[in-house]
Design a protein around this ligand. Sequence first.
Ligand code: FES
Length: 138
Amino acid sequence: MSAAGDTADGADVYLCDAAAVADGGRGVRFPVRAFGVDATGFVVRYGGKAYAYLNRCAHVPVELDGIEGEFFESGKQYLMCSIHGALYLPDSGACAGGPCRRGRLHPIAVREREGRIYWAPDAHIRPRDAAEQGARAS
Ligand code: FES
């Protein structure tokens, strides 16, 4: 089994096995370097598809899950911030109610391949190790 941080094609980063993320169930957190600071991302499954976001509420920049991995509200239709109850659409990250107003979660691209989920770094969301290596190289 691959460890977190293994790459599939030189760009995507192994996140977890696909079976670890059940539809409407607990999400899986993963470490990232976001906009220059250490943070976490998370992946959930909704309608059979995996979606990942930066774990940062649009209301106040805190992590959504008060209990690790608990991102869905009880109806399993929305992602919910545990602090003030902001609701987000699982398939877009758009605010659907509560204090997030017109905000949205920052998406992280994910791909499922051969029973595994990988995430794709972008200009703002990087693996922590890569960010540290870049800092050392500069
Ligand atoms: S911090 Fe998330 S709803 Fe207020």
